[in-house]
Design a binder for this molecule. Structure first.
Ligand code: NAD
Length: 355
C-alpha cells in the first residue's frame, strides 16, 4: 500500500477482491455467488466507477442483515421461449441473477439472433455495463438496463417520480476497445451533490430542484426533500420512463413507487427489475465487416480535431477502459476514510482480512 497527499491509499485489486469475497461469504453467501458479486464490485473500482465498487459493501450487507436481501436466493425461470425469458431473482442480490440473465440472453441470441431476458424481484445490480460488456466480449451487441426508486422530478414537476434508471449499450470495437455507453438518466449523481454540500459549494443549475420543484444551485435545498433532474430535460426523463417499462413493468417486477431505495428504506424489499438484450451481429452482416466498420467509426472520432484547450476526445467507455488498464497495474485508489470504514465493518462481520 502507498499513501499520497490527498489521503488516498492505493490497493491492489486482487487484495480488494479477496476482501470483498470474504465479506460476502461471512454474510452467508455461497462461494460462487460471493466471488461473482465481489468481481462485479472490483470491476467497477478498476473502471473508475468507485461509487459502485467496494464502497457499496456495507449497504448491501446491512440489507442482508435486515432480512431484505436473501443471500441464498435461487434464480428461477418464470417464462421462456427461443427469444426471451423472465427470471425471478427471489429477492437475491442483483448481480448473480443479472449475470445469469445476460448469459442466457447471449446463448439465445447465438441461436435465435435477438434475445431479451428480464429479471424481476431483484435488487441493485451495480453498473449496467458489467452485463452489456459480457455480450460485447462475445462479439455481440449487448444492452442492459435497470430501474431504481423514484429520484428525479419530471420537467416542471415538484416530486421525484422517475428513477435514474441506468442504461448501457456495448458494441464490439474489433481491434479497438469496445464502445461502452453506460449512463444513469440523471444530470448528476446524488453523490456529486452530497460532495458539493460537504465542500460548501453551489451546484450547477439543471442538477436538482428544491422540495417545491424550483431549480436550485444550493445543495442543501436539493438534499432537503428536493429531486434530481434528468439529463437533457424531457429526453432523459422520457428515456427513464422507457427503462422503467422495459425493466420493471414488462418483466413483472416493481415499477415507479414500488421500487424502494437501497440506502434509505430498511423496511421493504427493493423489487428492482432488469432487462438484458443480446444481438448476434453475424445474422445481419459478416462479423468481420461489422468490426472493420466499427473500427472505422472509432478512427473518425479519434482523428477529429479537439477544441482549443482540449487534449483528447474520448469514445464512450474509453476513459473507463484506460482507467482499468492503469489500475490493474497501479492498484485502486480509495479514500482512507472509506478504508477505515470497510475495515471496521469487516471486524464487525468477523472477517479476518483487511485492506
Ligand atoms: N444500479 C443502479 O441502480 C445505477 C443507478 C445509476 C447509475 N448506475 C451506474 O453508475 C455508473 C455511473 O453513471 P453516470 O451516469 O454517472 O456515468 P458518467 O456520467 O460517468 O458516464 C456516462 C457515459 O459517458 C461517457 N463519458 C464520460 N465522460 C466522457 C467524455 N469526456 N468523453 C466521452 N465519453 C464520456 C462514459 O464512458 C459513459 O459511457 C454507471 O456504471 C451506471 O450504470 C447504476
Amino acid at each position: 500500500m502507498s499513501q499520497d497527499k490527498a489521503a488516498v491509499v492505493v490497493i491492489d485489486h486482487q487484495k480488494l477482491l479477496h476482501f470483498a469475497k470474504e465479506c460476502f461469504l461471512s454474510a452467508g453467501f455461497a462461494e460462487e455467488c460471493a466471488q461473482l458479486i465481489a468481481d462485479s464490485l472490483i470491476e467497477a473500482d478498476l473502471r473508475g466507477l468507485n461509487t459502485h465498487g467496494v464502497m457499496r459493501i456495507p449497504m448491501y450487507l446491512k440489507r442482508v442483515k435486515a432480512g431484505l436481501i436473501d443471500p441464498l436466493a435461487q434464480v428461477k425461470v418464470v417464462k421462456e421461449n427461443a427469444n426471451m425469458a423472465i427470471l425471478d431473482a427471489g429477492n437475491g442480490m442483483g448481480q448473480p441473477a443479472s449475470m445469469y440473465a445476460m448469459q442466457k440472453a447471449i446463448e439465445k441470441a447465438s441461436v435465435a439472433t435477438i434475445s431479451m431476458v428480464g429479471v424481476r424481484n431483484s435488487n441493485h445490480y451495480g453498473t449496467a455495463a458489467y452485463y452489456s460488456m459480457m455480450a460485447a466480449q462475445q462479439r455481440m451487441l449487448g444492452i442492459s438496463c435497470s430501474n431504481t426508486e423514484p429520484l428525479m422530478a419530471a420537467p416542471g414537476g415538484a416530486k421525484a417520480v422517475a428513477g435514474n434508471n441506468p442504461l448501457s449499450i456495448a458494441i464490439p470495437g474489433g481491434k479497438k476497445p469496445d464502445i461502452v455507453v453506460d449512463m444513469a438518466m440523471s444530470a448528476a449523481a446524488i453523490g456529486k451533490i452530497v460532495l458539493a454540500q460537504k465542500k460548501e459549494q453551489s451546484i450547477p443549475l439543471g442538477w436538482a430542484t428544491d422540495k417545491m420543484g424550483n431549480d436550485t444551485t444550493d445543495p442543501n435545498q436539493a438534499l432537503d426533500g428536493g429531486s434530481l433532474l434528468p439529463f437533457a430535460g424531457p429526453k432523459g426523463y422520457g428515456l427513464s420512463l422507457a427503462v422503467d417499462v422495459l425493466a420493471g413493468i414488462l418483466m413483472g417486477s416493481g415499477f415507479g413507487e414500488e421500487v424502494k431505495s437501497p440506502f434509505d428504506d430498511f423496511l421493504h424489499q427493493q423489487k428492482v427489475g432488469h432487462m438484458f438484450m443480446a444481438i448476434d451481429i453475424s445474422a445481419f452482416m459478416d462479423l468481420e465487416e461489422f468490426l472493420a466498420k466499427a473500427e472505422a467509426l472509432i478512427g473518425q472520432i479519434e482523428t477529429a480535431p479537439a477544441a482549443p484547450g482540449v487534449q483528447e476526445v474520448f469514445l464512450p467507455g474509453e476513459i473507463e477502459f484506460n482507467t482499468k488498464c492503469r489500475r490493474l497495474v497501479d492498484g485502486v485508489p480509495l479514500p482512507i476514510g472509506l478504508i477505515d470504514e470497510l475495515n471496521a465493518y469487516a471486524q464487525e462481520l468477523a472477517v479476518t482480512s483487511r485492506i
